[in-house]
Ligand binder design. Sequence first.
Ligand code: NAX
Length: 326
Amino acid sequence: MTTVNQPPRIAVTGSAGNIGYALIFRIASGQMTGGRPVILHLLEIEPMRKVLDAVAMELEDCAFPTLADCVLATDPKPGFRDIDIALLVGSKPRGKGMERKDLLQSNGEIFRTQGRALNENASRDVKVLVVGNPANTNALIASANAPDLDARQFTCMTRLDHNRGVAMLAQRLGCAPADIRKMIIWGNHSSTQFPDPLHCEAGGRPVKADMEWIKETFVPSVQQRGARIIEARGASSAASAASAVIDHIRSWMDGTPPGDWTSAGVAADGSYGVKPGVMFSYPATAANGDWRIVQDLELNDFERSMIAATDKELREERAAIENLLP
Ligand code: NAX
């Protein structure tokens, strides 16, 4: 296990991929750790080994004073040894003619293997963020296959969706993103997610709800933003996803600011009528390295129906991978 004086060990799977390439240089330069040194564990699959070697060469060439060491691995067992933070980004893209349930199965198997490897090899305090899609269900699988780790150590990423919501609302109101507080992404990181601006404040004042704009423009725009990027760029979001990974981990480690929360996919605990058994994105605060779901928000019928729809999809995903849960 890493001791207090040693740099944290941060593992990134899919290090040679699109998001990996946008992420690891930022981590190596200290942006995830507030300028403190880090040890990177870069994981890939064997066919990508040469590309991974090239990424490692580029890292060397940056001569970052904050990069204390770099470990390369294609096997998660040695790759996850003593790690403090696991960023599970790598997964398979949806192939031609592949059904969503086939993708759930084949990616689920990756996360079962990685959950077991984390259970056996990672630091007992490891913090896990699943980015690879379907992120919520992959996080559920990894957590379920790591019985010696607490389910609270596993999260999935909806921070990119959260940031997209903040940016769009700020644009609509003509203010800066930093003026917006209390955005919420509920549910699955998929097109059923519910970006909810109904509790937002701008410059410390509640934002007046324009239900028509929220229903017709805001919600579908946030839900479809990833697809729009793919359409325009010919590849999925990478730099903004990497930025959201940094934001999620910094919130988790450093805590969320007073008077605000963020969105994070955590194990459902019955809050807001979502029964345990899925990883669900909630409004959440972080303190002392632990997430807490924001309680007692008043929800209207529209919010309740949107939350129920995304919950339903997560139950269906769970049913499709039940065989991967011990
Ligand atoms: P890429 O296909 O560019 O990279 C994925 C990398 O993962 C590849 O290099 C691949 O070799 C590697 N990989 C596959 N299986 C692995 C394994 N078992 N161990 C280690 N590495 C493995 O995809 P990229 O654009 O980087 O996206 C990565 C994942 O993030 C995708 O599943 C994508 O859908 C998901 N996203 C999730 C987001 C979120 O907000 N949760 C937003 C961005 C992104 O769409």
